[in-house]
Design a protein around this ligand. Structure first.
Ligand SMILES: Nc1ncnc2c1ncn2[C@@H]1O[C@H](COP(=O)(O)OP(=O)(O)OP(=O)(O)O)[C@@H](O)[C@H]1O
Ligand SMILES: [Mg+2]
Length: 423
Protein backbone atom coordinates (compact mmCIF):
# COMPACT_ATOMS: atom_id res chain seq x y z
CA UNK A 1 0.00 0.00 0.00
CA UNK A 2 1.22 3.45 -0.78
CA UNK A 3 0.46 4.86 2.61
CA UNK A 4 2.44 2.13 4.28
CA UNK A 5 4.96 3.64 6.65
CA UNK A 6 8.39 2.65 5.53
CA UNK A 7 10.38 2.28 8.70
CA UNK A 8 12.67 -0.52 7.54
CA UNK A 9 15.28 -0.61 4.79
CA UNK A 10 14.07 -2.38 1.69
CA UNK A 11 15.84 -3.44 -1.48
CA UNK A 12 14.75 -0.34 -3.40
CA UNK A 13 16.80 1.75 -0.96
CA UNK A 14 19.84 -0.37 -1.76
CA UNK A 15 19.30 0.21 -5.49
CA UNK A 16 19.11 3.93 -4.75
CA UNK A 17 22.41 3.73 -2.99
CA UNK A 18 23.98 2.05 -6.03
CA UNK A 19 22.74 4.88 -8.29
CA UNK A 20 24.26 7.44 -5.96
CA UNK A 21 27.59 5.61 -5.85
CA UNK A 22 27.48 5.60 -9.67
CA UNK A 23 26.95 9.37 -9.68
CA UNK A 24 29.85 9.80 -7.24
CA UNK A 25 32.23 8.20 -9.76
CA UNK A 26 31.23 10.54 -12.56
CA UNK A 27 32.94 13.90 -13.03
CA UNK A 28 33.56 16.17 -11.25
CA UNK A 29 35.08 13.30 -9.24
CA UNK A 30 37.15 15.22 -6.75
CA UNK A 31 34.53 17.75 -5.78
CA UNK A 32 34.20 16.98 -2.07
CA UNK A 33 30.96 18.97 -1.70
CA UNK A 34 29.36 17.00 -4.50
CA UNK A 35 30.31 13.70 -2.82
CA UNK A 36 29.03 14.97 0.54
CA UNK A 37 25.70 16.00 -0.98
CA UNK A 38 25.35 12.62 -2.66
CA UNK A 39 26.04 10.87 0.67
CA UNK A 40 23.42 13.10 2.31
CA UNK A 41 20.89 12.22 -0.39
CA UNK A 42 21.65 8.52 0.15
CA UNK A 43 21.36 8.76 3.95
CA UNK A 44 18.16 10.79 3.69
CA UNK A 45 16.66 8.13 1.46
CA UNK A 46 17.19 5.60 4.27
CA UNK A 47 15.63 7.78 6.94
CA UNK A 48 12.78 9.23 4.91
CA UNK A 49 10.41 6.50 6.09
CA UNK A 50 11.15 7.34 9.71
CA UNK A 51 10.66 11.03 9.15
CA UNK A 52 7.22 10.40 7.66
CA UNK A 53 6.31 7.95 10.42
CA UNK A 54 7.42 10.47 13.07
CA UNK A 55 5.67 13.44 11.47
CA UNK A 56 2.62 11.98 9.78
CA UNK A 57 1.16 15.42 8.95
CA UNK A 58 4.09 17.38 7.59
CA UNK A 59 6.76 14.71 7.08
CA UNK A 60 6.00 14.30 3.36
CA UNK A 61 6.19 18.01 2.61
CA UNK A 62 9.47 18.26 4.57
CA UNK A 63 10.82 15.31 2.66
CA UNK A 64 10.12 16.90 -0.76
CA UNK A 65 11.49 20.24 0.44
CA UNK A 66 14.72 18.67 1.70
CA UNK A 67 15.14 16.86 -1.63
CA UNK A 68 14.67 20.12 -3.57
CA UNK A 69 17.33 21.75 -1.40
CA UNK A 70 19.78 18.86 -1.78
CA UNK A 71 19.23 18.76 -5.56
CA UNK A 72 19.85 22.50 -5.81
CA UNK A 73 23.02 22.18 -3.77
CA UNK A 74 24.21 19.34 -6.00
CA UNK A 75 23.69 21.41 -9.13
CA UNK A 76 25.59 24.25 -7.52
CA UNK A 77 28.61 21.97 -7.08
CA UNK A 78 28.56 20.09 -10.37
CA UNK A 79 28.94 22.79 -12.97
CA UNK A 80 30.64 26.05 -13.50
CA UNK A 81 27.14 27.40 -13.74
CA UNK A 82 24.39 25.48 -11.99
CA UNK A 83 22.02 26.03 -14.88
CA UNK A 84 24.37 24.16 -17.23
CA UNK A 85 25.05 21.22 -14.88
CA UNK A 86 24.38 17.85 -16.45
CA UNK A 87 23.12 16.71 -13.04
CA UNK A 88 19.86 18.64 -13.49
CA UNK A 89 17.80 15.35 -13.73
CA UNK A 90 18.41 15.05 -9.96
CA UNK A 91 15.36 17.32 -9.76
CA UNK A 92 13.27 14.32 -10.81
CA UNK A 93 13.89 13.07 -7.27
CA UNK A 94 11.72 15.70 -5.48
CA UNK A 95 9.29 15.79 -8.42
CA UNK A 96 8.62 12.04 -8.37
CA UNK A 97 8.54 11.98 -4.56
CA UNK A 98 5.82 14.65 -4.57
CA UNK A 99 3.93 12.75 -7.27
CA UNK A 100 3.97 9.64 -5.06
CA UNK A 101 2.93 11.36 -1.85
CA UNK A 102 0.38 13.93 -2.96
CA UNK A 103 -2.64 14.47 -5.18
CA UNK A 104 -2.48 16.12 -8.65
CA UNK A 105 -2.78 19.76 -7.46
CA UNK A 106 -0.08 19.44 -4.80
CA UNK A 107 2.15 17.57 -7.27
CA UNK A 108 1.84 20.49 -9.70
CA UNK A 109 2.70 22.90 -6.90
CA UNK A 110 5.81 20.97 -5.83
CA UNK A 111 6.94 20.56 -9.46
CA UNK A 112 6.55 24.31 -10.00
CA UNK A 113 8.62 24.93 -6.85
CA UNK A 114 11.30 22.53 -8.10
CA UNK A 115 11.35 24.29 -11.49
CA UNK A 116 11.66 27.61 -9.69
CA UNK A 117 14.64 26.27 -7.71
CA UNK A 118 16.22 25.18 -10.99
CA UNK A 119 15.52 28.54 -12.66
CA UNK A 120 17.07 30.34 -9.69
CA UNK A 121 20.45 29.43 -11.25
CA UNK A 122 19.57 31.78 -14.10
CA UNK A 123 20.04 34.76 -11.86
CA UNK A 124 23.83 34.44 -11.25
CA UNK A 125 24.31 33.21 -14.85
CA UNK A 126 22.58 36.27 -16.31
CA UNK A 127 25.04 38.51 -14.47
CA UNK A 128 27.81 37.40 -16.85
CA UNK A 129 26.07 35.82 -19.86
CA UNK A 130 23.04 36.37 -21.99
CA UNK A 131 20.28 33.84 -22.33
CA UNK A 132 20.14 32.70 -25.92
CA UNK A 133 16.93 31.58 -27.60
CA UNK A 134 18.43 28.07 -27.87
CA UNK A 135 19.23 28.09 -24.14
CA UNK A 136 15.75 29.19 -23.13
CA UNK A 137 14.14 26.47 -25.30
CA UNK A 138 16.31 23.87 -23.67
CA UNK A 139 15.41 25.12 -20.22
CA UNK A 140 11.72 25.12 -21.11
CA UNK A 141 11.96 21.56 -22.46
CA UNK A 142 13.68 20.33 -19.30
CA UNK A 143 11.05 21.95 -17.09
CA UNK A 144 8.20 20.62 -19.20
CA UNK A 145 9.68 17.14 -18.80
CA UNK A 146 9.63 17.63 -15.02
CA UNK A 147 5.91 18.28 -15.26
CA UNK A 148 5.37 15.39 -17.63
CA UNK A 149 7.13 12.94 -15.32
CA UNK A 150 5.29 14.31 -12.30
CA UNK A 151 1.84 13.99 -13.85
CA UNK A 152 2.53 10.54 -15.28
CA UNK A 153 3.75 9.14 -11.97
CA UNK A 154 0.95 10.88 -10.09
CA UNK A 155 -1.71 9.49 -12.37
CA UNK A 156 -0.41 6.00 -11.90
CA UNK A 157 -0.18 6.43 -8.13
CA UNK A 158 -3.67 7.91 -7.79
CA UNK A 159 -5.13 5.08 -9.85
CA UNK A 160 -3.23 2.60 -7.72
CA UNK A 161 -4.52 4.22 -4.54
CA UNK A 162 -8.07 3.98 -5.89
CA UNK A 163 -7.59 0.28 -6.60
CA UNK A 164 -6.26 -0.32 -3.10
CA UNK A 165 -9.26 1.51 -1.59
CA UNK A 166 -11.58 -0.58 -3.77
CA UNK A 167 -9.95 -3.83 -2.63
CA UNK A 168 -10.07 -2.72 0.98
CA UNK A 169 -13.78 -1.96 0.72
CA UNK A 170 -14.31 -5.31 -0.98
CA UNK A 171 -12.44 -7.18 1.70
CA UNK A 172 -14.44 -5.40 4.41
CA UNK A 173 -17.69 -6.39 2.71
CA UNK A 174 -16.44 -9.95 2.46
CA UNK A 175 -15.52 -9.98 6.14
CA UNK A 176 -18.96 -8.67 7.09
CA UNK A 177 -20.67 -11.26 4.88
CA UNK A 178 -18.54 -13.94 6.45
CA UNK A 179 -19.53 -12.81 9.93
CA UNK A 180 -23.21 -12.81 8.96
CA UNK A 181 -22.84 -16.30 7.52
CA UNK A 182 -21.23 -17.59 10.70
CA UNK A 183 -23.98 -16.03 12.78
CA UNK A 184 -26.65 -17.54 10.54
CA UNK A 185 -24.97 -20.94 10.83
CA UNK A 186 -24.88 -20.69 14.62
CA UNK A 187 -28.56 -19.71 14.67
CA UNK A 188 -29.45 -22.58 12.35
CA UNK A 189 -27.59 -25.05 14.58
CA UNK A 190 -29.44 -23.70 17.58
CA UNK A 191 -32.79 -24.06 15.83
CA UNK A 192 -32.02 -27.66 14.90
CA UNK A 193 -31.06 -28.53 18.47
CA UNK A 194 -34.21 -26.85 19.74
CA UNK A 195 -36.41 -28.68 17.26
CA UNK A 196 -35.00 -32.11 18.18
CA UNK A 197 -35.20 -31.48 21.91
CA UNK A 198 -38.62 -29.95 21.51
CA UNK A 199 -40.05 -33.11 19.98
CA UNK A 200 -38.50 -35.26 22.68
CA UNK A 201 -39.78 -33.09 25.53
CA UNK A 202 -43.24 -32.84 23.97
CA UNK A 203 -43.54 -36.62 23.88
CA UNK A 204 -42.20 -37.05 27.39
CA UNK A 205 -44.24 -34.25 28.89
CA UNK A 206 -47.38 -35.58 27.35
CA UNK A 207 -46.75 -39.07 28.70
CA UNK A 208 -45.93 -37.77 32.17
CA UNK A 209 -48.97 -35.55 32.43
CA UNK A 210 -51.59 -38.31 32.48
CA UNK A 211 -50.09 -40.41 35.30
CA UNK A 212 -49.46 -37.20 37.24
CA UNK A 213 -53.15 -36.42 37.03
CA UNK A 214 -53.99 -39.87 38.43
CA UNK A 215 -51.37 -39.55 41.23
CA UNK A 216 -52.64 -36.12 42.20
CA UNK A 217 -56.30 -37.19 42.20
CA UNK A 218 -55.53 -40.29 44.28
CA UNK A 219 -53.39 -38.34 46.76
CA UNK A 220 -56.15 -35.79 47.25
CA UNK A 221 -58.74 -38.51 47.91
CA UNK A 222 -56.36 -40.23 50.34
CA UNK A 223 -55.68 -36.97 52.17
CA UNK A 224 -59.40 -36.37 52.45
CA UNK A 225 -60.23 -39.91 53.65
CA UNK A 226 -57.41 -40.17 56.18
CA UNK A 227 -57.81 -36.65 57.54
CA UNK A 228 -59.52 -37.76 60.75
CA UNK A 229 -58.28 -41.33 61.28
CA UNK A 230 -54.59 -41.00 60.31
CA UNK A 231 -53.46 -37.37 60.29
CA UNK A 232 -49.80 -38.24 59.54
CA UNK A 233 -50.69 -40.28 56.44
CA UNK A 234 -53.04 -37.52 55.37
CA UNK A 235 -50.25 -34.97 55.69
CA UNK A 236 -47.93 -37.17 53.60
CA UNK A 237 -50.62 -37.52 50.96
CA UNK A 238 -50.85 -33.71 50.99
CA UNK A 239 -47.11 -33.51 50.22
CA UNK A 240 -47.60 -35.89 47.31
CA UNK A 241 -50.31 -33.63 45.98
CA UNK A 242 -48.30 -30.40 46.31
CA UNK A 243 -45.19 -31.94 44.74
CA UNK A 244 -47.32 -33.16 41.87
CA UNK A 245 -48.44 -29.55 41.43
CA UNK A 246 -44.80 -28.53 41.07
CA UNK A 247 -44.16 -31.28 38.58
CA UNK A 248 -47.23 -30.22 36.66
CA UNK A 249 -45.96 -26.65 36.44
CA UNK A 250 -42.65 -27.97 35.15
CA UNK A 251 -44.35 -30.15 32.56
CA UNK A 252 -46.43 -27.14 31.50
CA UNK A 253 -43.19 -25.24 30.85
CA UNK A 254 -41.82 -28.13 28.82
CA UNK A 255 -44.96 -28.06 26.78
CA UNK A 256 -44.67 -24.30 26.35
CA UNK A 257 -41.29 -24.91 24.85
CA UNK A 258 -42.18 -27.98 22.82
CA UNK A 259 -45.70 -27.27 21.61
CA UNK A 260 -45.85 -26.68 17.87
CA UNK A 261 -46.36 -22.97 17.56
CA UNK A 262 -49.86 -21.90 16.89
CA UNK A 263 -49.43 -18.20 16.83
CA UNK A 264 -52.33 -15.82 17.04
CA UNK A 265 -50.69 -13.07 15.00
CA UNK A 266 -52.03 -9.52 15.20
CA UNK A 267 -50.58 -6.06 14.73
CA UNK A 268 -49.17 -5.05 18.12
CA UNK A 269 -47.35 -2.13 19.72
CA UNK A 270 -44.18 -3.70 21.07
CA UNK A 271 -43.68 -1.04 23.75
CA UNK A 272 -47.01 -2.01 25.38
CA UNK A 273 -46.02 -5.67 25.41
CA UNK A 274 -42.62 -4.89 26.96
CA UNK A 275 -44.27 -2.68 29.61
CA UNK A 276 -46.73 -5.43 30.52
CA UNK A 277 -43.89 -7.95 30.80
CA UNK A 278 -42.02 -5.55 33.07
CA UNK A 279 -45.07 -5.04 35.30
CA UNK A 280 -45.52 -8.79 35.57
CA UNK A 281 -41.91 -9.32 36.71
CA UNK A 282 -42.09 -6.32 39.06
CA UNK A 283 -45.19 -7.70 40.73
CA UNK A 284 -43.35 -10.99 41.33
CA UNK A 285 -40.37 -9.31 42.99
CA UNK A 286 -41.63 -6.06 44.54
CA UNK A 287 -38.52 -5.59 46.72
CA UNK A 288 -35.97 -5.94 43.97
CA UNK A 289 -34.78 -2.31 44.17
CA UNK A 290 -34.09 -1.99 40.45
CA UNK A 291 -34.06 1.35 38.66
CA UNK A 292 -35.77 1.13 35.28
CA UNK A 293 -34.49 3.16 32.34
CA UNK A 294 -36.70 3.29 29.27
CA UNK A 295 -35.42 4.48 25.90
CA UNK A 296 -38.34 4.09 23.55
CA UNK A 297 -38.10 5.76 20.16
CA UNK A 298 -41.23 7.65 19.09
CA UNK A 299 -43.41 6.40 16.23
CA UNK A 300 -42.41 2.76 16.39
CA UNK A 301 -43.81 0.51 13.66
CA UNK A 302 -46.33 -2.11 14.71
CA UNK A 303 -45.22 -5.72 14.70
CA UNK A 304 -47.18 -8.79 13.72
CA UNK A 305 -47.06 -10.86 16.88
CA UNK A 306 -48.77 -13.24 19.23
CA UNK A 307 -49.27 -10.97 22.20
CA UNK A 308 -48.99 -13.61 24.91
CA UNK A 309 -46.00 -15.34 23.39
CA UNK A 310 -44.19 -12.04 22.95
CA UNK A 311 -44.95 -11.07 26.51
CA UNK A 312 -43.39 -14.38 27.59
CA UNK A 313 -40.22 -13.46 25.67
CA UNK A 314 -39.76 -10.25 27.63
CA UNK A 315 -40.92 -11.72 30.94
CA UNK A 316 -38.20 -14.35 30.62
CA UNK A 317 -35.53 -11.83 29.63
CA UNK A 318 -36.44 -9.35 32.34
CA UNK A 319 -36.73 -12.13 34.91
CA UNK A 320 -33.21 -13.28 34.06
CA UNK A 321 -31.97 -9.70 34.35
CA UNK A 322 -33.59 -9.31 37.79
CA UNK A 323 -32.24 -12.66 38.96
CA UNK A 324 -28.71 -11.91 37.78
CA UNK A 325 -28.70 -8.51 39.50
CA UNK A 326 -30.07 -10.05 42.71
CA UNK A 327 -27.33 -12.66 42.61
CA UNK A 328 -24.62 -10.01 42.20
CA UNK A 329 -23.02 -9.46 45.59
CA UNK A 330 -21.29 -6.16 44.79
CA UNK A 331 -24.19 -4.02 46.05
CA UNK A 332 -23.83 -1.59 43.12
CA UNK A 333 -26.81 0.18 41.63
CA UNK A 334 -29.18 -2.16 39.83
CA UNK A 335 -30.38 -0.77 36.55
CA UNK A 336 -32.56 -2.40 33.94
CA UNK A 337 -32.32 -0.58 30.63
CA UNK A 338 -35.03 -1.22 28.06
CA UNK A 339 -34.54 0.30 24.61
CA UNK A 340 -36.82 0.03 21.61
CA UNK A 341 -36.01 1.55 18.22
CA UNK A 342 -36.90 0.93 14.59
CA UNK A 343 -34.31 -1.34 13.02
CA UNK A 344 -33.68 -3.01 9.73
CA UNK A 345 -32.00 -6.38 9.54
CA UNK A 346 -30.92 -7.94 6.26
CA UNK A 347 -33.19 -5.61 4.37
CA UNK A 348 -36.21 -6.32 6.61
CA UNK A 349 -37.84 -3.49 8.54
CA UNK A 350 -38.83 -4.05 12.14
CA UNK A 351 -38.04 -3.11 15.72
CA UNK A 352 -34.98 -3.82 17.81
CA UNK A 353 -35.53 -4.30 21.53
CA UNK A 354 -32.61 -4.30 23.95
CA UNK A 355 -32.82 -5.65 27.50
CA UNK A 356 -29.71 -4.68 29.42
CA UNK A 357 -28.84 -5.18 33.09
CA UNK A 358 -26.01 -4.29 35.43
CA UNK A 359 -25.54 -7.81 36.80
CA UNK A 360 -22.39 -9.88 36.41
CA UNK A 361 -23.08 -10.66 32.72
CA UNK A 362 -22.63 -13.97 30.94
CA UNK A 363 -19.13 -15.51 31.06
CA UNK A 364 -17.51 -15.81 27.64
CA UNK A 365 -17.41 -19.62 27.68
CA UNK A 366 -21.16 -19.87 28.38
CA UNK A 367 -22.32 -17.53 25.62
CA UNK A 368 -22.94 -20.37 23.13
CA UNK A 369 -24.78 -22.52 25.66
CA UNK A 370 -27.24 -20.25 27.38
CA UNK A 371 -29.87 -20.69 24.66
CA UNK A 372 -29.70 -24.49 24.95
CA UNK A 373 -32.66 -26.08 26.68
CA UNK A 374 -31.94 -27.16 30.25
CA UNK A 375 -28.77 -25.14 30.50
CA UNK A 376 -28.81 -23.26 33.77
CA UNK A 377 -26.32 -21.88 36.24
CA UNK A 378 -28.99 -21.31 38.89
CA UNK A 379 -29.85 -23.55 41.82
CA UNK A 380 -33.55 -23.29 41.22
CA UNK A 381 -33.36 -22.81 37.47
CA UNK A 382 -34.72 -25.18 34.86
CA UNK A 383 -32.81 -23.68 31.95
CA UNK A 384 -35.79 -23.32 29.67
CA UNK A 385 -36.29 -19.53 29.85
CA UNK A 386 -33.99 -18.53 26.99
CA UNK A 387 -34.75 -21.66 24.96
CA UNK A 388 -38.42 -20.65 25.00
CA UNK A 389 -37.49 -17.05 24.16
CA UNK A 390 -35.38 -18.22 21.18
CA UNK A 391 -38.14 -20.47 19.93
CA UNK A 392 -40.85 -17.81 20.11
CA UNK A 393 -38.61 -15.23 18.43
CA UNK A 394 -37.77 -17.78 15.70
CA UNK A 395 -41.47 -18.44 15.19
CA UNK A 396 -41.95 -14.69 14.68
CA UNK A 397 -39.16 -14.72 12.06
CA UNK A 398 -37.01 -12.51 14.22
CA UNK A 399 -33.73 -13.12 15.99
CA UNK A 400 -32.22 -12.81 19.46
CA UNK A 401 -28.58 -12.28 20.28
CA UNK A 402 -26.54 -11.83 23.38
CA UNK A 403 -24.50 -8.80 22.41
CA UNK A 404 -20.86 -8.21 23.18
CA UNK A 405 -20.90 -5.84 26.03
CA UNK A 406 -17.83 -4.07 27.27
CA UNK A 407 -19.68 -2.68 30.30
CA UNK A 408 -20.50 -5.18 33.03
CA UNK A 409 -23.90 -6.82 32.69
CA UNK A 410 -25.71 -8.68 29.97
CA UNK A 411 -27.32 -7.14 26.90
CA UNK A 412 -29.86 -9.14 24.94
CA UNK A 413 -31.06 -7.81 21.64
CA UNK A 414 -34.27 -8.97 19.97
CA UNK A 415 -35.36 -8.15 16.43
CA UNK A 416 -38.99 -8.56 15.41
CA UNK A 417 -40.16 -7.77 11.87
CA UNK A 418 -42.74 -5.03 11.29
CA UNK A 419 -46.32 -5.95 10.51
CA UNK A 420 -46.42 -4.31 7.05
CA UNK A 421 -43.68 -6.62 5.89
CA UNK A 422 -44.88 -9.22 3.39
CA UNK A 423 -43.78 -12.76 4.04
N1 LIG B 1 -29.22 -11.38 32.27
C1 LIG B 1 -28.38 -12.39 32.51
N2 LIG B 1 -27.21 -12.17 33.16
C2 LIG B 1 -26.34 -13.19 33.41
N3 LIG B 1 -26.55 -14.47 33.02
C3 LIG B 1 -27.70 -14.75 32.37
C4 LIG B 1 -28.66 -13.73 32.06
N4 LIG B 1 -29.68 -14.31 31.39
C5 LIG B 1 -29.36 -15.63 31.29
N5 LIG B 1 -28.19 -15.90 31.88
C6 LIG B 1 -27.53 -17.22 31.97
O1 LIG B 1 -28.18 -18.09 31.06
C7 LIG B 1 -28.63 -19.24 31.75
C8 LIG B 1 -29.89 -19.75 31.07
O2 LIG B 1 -30.97 -18.85 31.24
P1 LIG B 1 -32.45 -19.39 31.12
O3 LIG B 1 -33.38 -18.27 31.31
O4 LIG B 1 -32.56 -20.19 29.89
O5 LIG B 1 -32.54 -20.41 32.31
P2 LIG B 1 -32.62 -20.08 33.85
O6 LIG B 1 -32.92 -18.65 34.08
O7 LIG B 1 -31.37 -20.60 34.48
O8 LIG B 1 -33.84 -20.98 34.30
P3 LIG B 1 -35.37 -20.73 33.94
O9 LIG B 1 -35.77 -21.90 33.12
O10 LIG B 1 -36.05 -20.69 35.26
O11 LIG B 1 -35.46 -19.46 33.20
C9 LIG B 1 -28.85 -18.75 33.15
O12 LIG B 1 -28.79 -19.84 34.07
C10 LIG B 1 -27.67 -17.80 33.33
O13 LIG B 1 -26.48 -18.52 33.59
MG1 LIG C 1 -34.51 -17.71 33.12
Amino acid sequence: MLDRKRTTVDWIDVVWLLFIIGLAFLPPINEIHKQLILVTIGVFQFFEGRLIAGLPKRGRAYSVLIKIMLATLLLDHTGEMGINSSYYPIYYLPVVTAAIYFGPAATLFWTALTSLAYCSFLYPALQDYELTAEGSYQLAIRILFFFLAAMLVNRFVVENRRQVARYQALSQTLEETNRQLQRAEAEARRSERLAALGQLSAGLAHEIRNPLGVIKGSAEILAQKLKDSQPLSSELAGYISSEVNRLNALVARFLDFARPSNLDLRAQQISEIVDRALESVQSQSPNANVRIERHYAPALPEILADEQMCERVFVNLIQNAYQSMEAAADGGERVLRLSIAPESSNGREGVGITVEDTGPGVPLDLREQIFNPFFTSKKEGVGLGLAIVAKIVDDHRGWIRLEDNSAPGARFRVFLPASQEKS
